[in-house]
Every structure is written in C-alpha cells, then in structure tokens.
Design a protein around this ligand. Structure first.
Ligand code: ASP
Length: 266
C-alpha cells in the first residue's frame, strides 16, 4: 500500500538540542541531520515525513500565542496534503500548546501529535527516538480514525488538552490525570478507540487566530488566598480570568469577600 506522509513542525525543545559548553542548545538543521542518519525512521511501515523548522528554534519557555498561530496556520495550510502532523516541542509548555491548538483548529480531520523528549536525540541514551518513532507509527496506523490534538510521551498517547507536565526528569514527563490514556504502547499497541473524537464529516476546517495576548490571566487558588490578590489580577489588561479551583471546582466560601469579588467581576 502507498506510504503515508507526515508533516513535522519542529519548534525546538530538548529533542533536537546539541551539546555545547553552555549546556544543551537548539541548533538549526541538527535534528533533521540526526533523523536522516537513523535507519529506524525509514524502516518499512514508517511514513514519509517532511520537516518544517522554526526560525529561531525555541526553548518552549519562550513559546507565546503568536507561535500557536504559526503552528495552527501551517497545519491548516497543509491539512489536506498529509495524513497527520507532528509538532516537536519542549515539554515545559507542551500542554499549553496542545490545549491551544485543540481549540484553535475546529473540524480537524487529521491527527496532530505533540511530542518532545527529556534527553536529546544526539545522546545515545535518549527518549526522543522512541517518542518520535511512536508518533510516526501511530499516524501511519490510525490516521483514518484519529482527528484531534494529542501528546505522545513515554509509550503513551494522551488527549492533548487534558495533559500536564508532571515530572521534570523522568521519561514519563507528561500525563493526563483526569482522562484515561488513549494509547498504551507495550509489546502490543493498545488503543482505546472508544475514546477518540469522531471525525467530522463534511464540516470545513475553521481556524481561530488573533489571540488576545495576555488578556486572559489565570488564578490558581491556594489556602489563605485573599480577595485583594484576585482584585489585582482582574485589573487591565485582563479581559478574562480562568480560576484554577480545588478538586471538582471548589472555592473557599467562609471568607465571603472571595465570592463577592468574583461576583462583582462577572
Ligand atoms: N526547557 C525545555 C523546553 O521546554 C525542556 C524540554 O524540551 O523538555 O523547551
């Protein structure tokens, strides 16, 4: 059967970094060079791939909403030409980019998989190779039924907008604690196809851009939080505030000034 094709958007992150005197640094063209030298990426059953690289490559701590727009635009422009998309990204803000993309592109009909690694591909002991290989082979096997944004890490595939970074140095850096894993890759690939979003049939692709930079803030509640603190965040430039509450969405209600402040803001 015809070989599948994948469009890879390489934004930066540890996966493609090179060792230098100043520690690991992103290096243009370096990841491509390593992939081309590695026969595993060209084994039978592997899809063809094209890589588009960010200039400059970014440590994901520097990712901003304009970069989400760039990624979304590349996916939308190439949507009909490829069987799926891989976004190679640092783990630090991978969960944010996955979430943003999942809402920015509506009626997506192809899989979009974010991945990266804790150790660069250039090291002999690394997790980049497995993460990228699994992402490629999942697209080859499941592109007909997958049509959403995922994160692939440490032999698991997660729903993108339910992920969070949970570990700074284990290979299991990413998890989706409130949503089951979609794929567990062991000796066999165990895919929970019942969890996949249904592929939209006729609806055409809609992409939302023009993000309101910094106009959306978030407040993470903590024991002893004071209403003045919430009032400060509600000042301009905030146009919307996301409350990160406890558990199922609980807020302290003995200190009535907190609920009063929220009510007033609404
Ligand atoms: N600081 C790096 C980044 O997020 C770490 C990583 O690649 O995982 O870009």
């Amino acid at each position: 059967c015809m070989s599948k094709s994948v469009f890879i958007i390489y934004t930066g992150g540890t996966a493609g970094m090179k060792k230098s005197k100043k520690g690991y640094i992103p290096c243009s063209g370096y990841l491509q060079k390593l992939l081309l030298k590695n026969s595993k990426f060209f084994a039978s059953g592997m899809p063809n791939f094209t890589i588009s690289e960010f200039d400059p490559l970014l440590d994901s701590a520097n990712i901003r909403p304009t970069h989400w727009e760039q990624i979304a635009q590349q996916i939308v422009e190439n949507h009909d030409l490829y069987d799926g998309f891989i976004v190679i990204h640092g783990t630090d803000t991978m969960a944010y980019t996955a979430s943003a993309l999942s809402f920015m592109i509506e009626n997506l009909k192809k899989p979009v998989i974010l991945t990266g690694s804790q150790i660069p591909l250039s090291e002999s002991r690394n997790d980049a190779e497995t993460n990228i290989l699994l992402s490629l082979s999942l697209i080859a096997s499941y592109h007909e039924i997958m049509s959403e944004v995922f994160v692939c890490f440490d032999n698991s595939l997660f729903r993108g907008n339910r992920t969070t970074k949970v570990d700074a140095d284990s290979f299991s850096a990413m998890a989706s604690p409130n949503f089951p894993k979609i794929v567990k890759a062991g000796v066999y690939i165990d895919c929970r196809t019942d969890l996949l979003r249904k592929k939209p049939l006729d609806e055409s692709l809609v992409s939302f851009s023009r993000m309101h930079f910094g106009a959306v803030a978030s407040i993470r509640l903590f024991p002893g939080i004071r209403s003045e603190y919430i009032k400060n965040i509600l000042q301009p430039p905030a146009q919307a505030v996301i409350l990160e509450c406890y558990g199922a969405g609980n807020v302290p209600n003995n200190d009535t000034s907190i609920l009063d402040t929220i009510r007033e803001a609404v």
